[in-house]
Write a protein that binds this ligand. Structure first.
Ligand code: SF4
Length: 346
């Protein structure tokens, strides 16, 4: 046979890096595939927030591909992914993460890609027992079955704990040269990484998407509740990653920049939202998402002033700008911390 070809799901984390390497070592031609859902953690927050300045602003999936010397196909699935998130057949994990449906969907997409491009099988970095929802002994076969990949789905890090797959039976790869990792202990992966000389990999604790994050999930549910419909656009999910989200009234929410990097990012949205900015003191840029009358705007200005350097001043000047271009300067007393109710924080 000619050299077998595999497509590997690359998340940017250590497991997919190792799984891919294990199969490359066996003489298989491997290319990577990375799916962009819009909920990816890496890169975005690190690029915006000043406190992450020391962290490398790299795309971890690209870094993995570069480290392995393989081609990476980055595929935007933002639109198709909405149905996965909104209607997961297997429900959600601890937060708004539909991990099992997500994995089924991604493996299915990878299988389609493999069929179209003449690839023989699919690799993932899954490890039996590592994740409570999608990486359990009873759910891993569900992914293989429902994605349509069946026995063309190979998990090299746990393969010796799982039934033999097509690439093994065909003799393209040796079962004994794969692994039997299981459970949440990451030491075997770290040892394997050391053996291959991989040091600068992404932190395993980083998580692969915002949907596993409790605070992010709360903000997403709040957005849907406030709109009365479960839908979202790319801008919505990006803005949920940035700033303090404060809902003092049901009709509107404030997104208050926490630092210069976030203020700059929010600046890009000033045409779509009513905005507030302190002018007498250094302070945040605030976006107002929703409908606000003049009294609401004053309330929003007092909250914005609270997060400015004038928070102890008697009066702070705040410039408000509505989306129709109407701009006003108002003087407000910054809201005392004691008046900002915990329940306002989304
Ligand atoms: S953490 Fe996010 S990207 Fe990863 S499987 Fe779960 S839903 Fe999908």
């Amino acid at each position: 046979m000619t050299q077998p070809k595999a497509i590997s799901l690359i998340s940017g984390g250590l497991d997919s890096l190792l799984a891919t390497k294990v199969i490359m070592e066996q003489g298989v031609h491997v290319e990577g595939i990375n799916f962009f859902t819009g909920f990816c953690v890496e890169g975005h927050t690190h690029a915006i927030r000043d406190k992450h300045k020391q962290k490398p602003k790299r795309n971890n999936a690209l870094w993995v591909a570069e480290t392995l010397g393989i081609k990476l196909h980055i595929i935007d699935i933002v639109e198709e992914y909405k149905d996965v998130l909104l209607n997961p057949k297997y429900g959600y994990g601890a937060n708004m993460n539909p991990c099992l449906d997500c994995k089924i969907f991604m493996v299915h997409k990878a299988q389609q890609w493999a069929d179209e491009n003449g690839f023989d099988f699919i690799i993932t970095g899954e490890v039996v027992g590592q994740r409570p929802m999608s990486q359990r002994k009873d759910t891993m076969p569900v992914i293989a079955r429902e994605s349509g990949a069946q026995d063309r789905l190979l998990r090299p890090l746990s393969a010796r704990n799982l039934p033999a797959t097509l690439p093994e039976r065909e003799g393209w790869i040796k079962r004994e040269d794969m692994h039997d990792f299981s459970g949440r202990n990451r030491k075997p992966q770290m040892a394997l990484a050391a053996k291959y000389g991989f040091t600068d990999y992404a932190s395993p604790a980083g998580g692969c998407c915002f949907l596993t994050d409790e605070n992010y999930s709360k903000k997403l549910v709040d957005l849907w509740d406030a709109r009365g419909s479960r839908e979202y656009e790319m801008d919505d999910i990006m803005l949920l990653k940035v700033g303090r989200h404060i809902r003092p009234k049901s009709g509107f929410k404030l997104i208050v920049g926490r630092e210069e990097g976030e203020n700059k990012f929010l600046q890009g949205y000033t045409k779509q939202f009513t905005t507030l900015k302190t002018t007498s003191h250094a302070g945040p840029l605030t976006l107002l998402d929703g409908v606000a009358n003049d009294a609401d705007l004053e309330l929003a200005a007092r909250i914005t002033a609270r997060f400015s350097q004038g928070k102890s001043a008697e009066s702070v000047t705040v410039e408000t700008r509505r989306t129709n271009g109407e701009t006003r300067e108002i003087q407000v007393a910054p809201m005392p911390a004691s008046e900002i109710q915990d329940s306002w924080y989304v």
